[in-house]
Design a protein around this ligand. Structure first.
Ligand code: FE2
Length: 311
């Protein structure tokens, strides 16, 4: 409604009329708001990118620190029990390569890798007889003791924040697919996937490196356990993976000096320190960290100058 004004500019109520405001140009305002919004969105996107990058770096740092701590733990175990340390390292490496070869996600590969690396941690500090003797040759009281290592292992790892899924693999790595394993007699897919994988890789490593079975005999033994000991789907994929693993294992050995070791070589000899402790077990593929470790312990390595490798 338009105000009525007299000649002096007073309105009908005797008040000075307000000066007429210029109507804003709506298109101009809208365009300005859009520009402000675009600026805000650009700022938010930049902040979002920075946050994602920071989270990625934090995740990598946490993973690196975690990996370093677990490796340190395994090195300590290796110093105390030569076979057990080697077994854990090889089982973890075979598990990692197997999981990658069947294209499991990287997160699952890491989960299974750490489950394999720590699966027998419950045997650390126990009577060495428990790691040296095949379970079927143990007297009953020893077998009962041996079986507890799954529960001890789970308890040790459960005390570390956020490792519940790794702890579950450790607890269940002696379960059988048919439900006749230990400690919980879980059956089929009630056994966590990582434990079904570690179960088969653990047995494979023991057959090859502990009982010195031929690859052919070990393959037959795995086949005989399909559906009873092993998940048929995991076993089928593992049997397809064996030729890939065996390529390196079966390659003709070359003798090289410790100074000539290179990343990617498959180690066919244990490297032992002069005090009898295991430095690096046979059956692993050398990476730079392992080569650096061998060089830093060079003066303590027993009187050998060459090792057998395949590459
Ligand atoms: Fe075990």
């Amino acid at each position: 409604m338009t105000e009525k004004q007299d000649s002096e500019g007073y309105n009908e109520y005797g008040n000075h009329a307000l000066p007429k405001r210029k109507e804003p140009d709506l298109d101009e305002v809208a365009a300005q708001r859009i520009e402000e919004l675009k600026l805000l969105l650009r700022k938010n996107a930049q902040q979002h990118r920075e946050t994602v990058q920071t989270l990625r770096e934090t995740r990598q740092t946490v993973r690196r620190n975690y990996h370093g701590m677990v490796q340190l733990l395994i090195e300590v175990i290796s110093l105390g029990n030569r076979f057990l340390g080697g077994h854990l390292k090889r089982t973890a490496e075979i598990t990692w390569n197997f999981c990658r070869s069947v294209r499991l996600s990287k997160d699952i590969c890491y989960l299974h890798y750490y489950g394999a690396l720590l699966h027998d941690i419950g045997l650390v500090g126990r009577n060495p007889h428990l790691t040296d003797t095949p379970p079927e040759q143990m007297p009953d009281h020893e077998l009962q003791e041996y079986r507890k290592h799954t529960i001890y292992g789970e308890k040790i790892i459960s005390s570390i924040y956020n490792l519940k899924r790794t702890a579950a693999i450790i607890r269940s790595h002696h379960e059988r697919f048919d439900g006749n394993g230990f400690p919980d007699q879980l059956q089929g897919t009630a056994i966590t996937h990582g434990a079904r994988v570690v179960r088969i890789v653990n047995d494979w490593d023991n057959m090859i490196y502990k009982y010195n079975m031929s690859i052919q005999s070990a393959v037959e033994s795995i086949k005989a356990g399909v559906g009873t000991l092993y998940d048929p789907r995991v076993a089928e994929k593992f049997l397809l993976f064996i030729p890939e693993w065996a390529r390196e294992h079966d390659q003709e050995a070359s003798v090289v000096s410790l100074e000539s070791l290179q990343v990617g070589m498959f180690l066919k000899d244990d490297i032992i320190l002069s005090n009898g402790l295991m430095l690096v077990p046979k059956g692993i593929i050398l990476n730079q960290a392992t080569i650096d470790k061998i060089r830093s312990f060079r003066s303590m390595i027993e009187d050998i100058h060459t090792v057998q490798v395949a590459y």
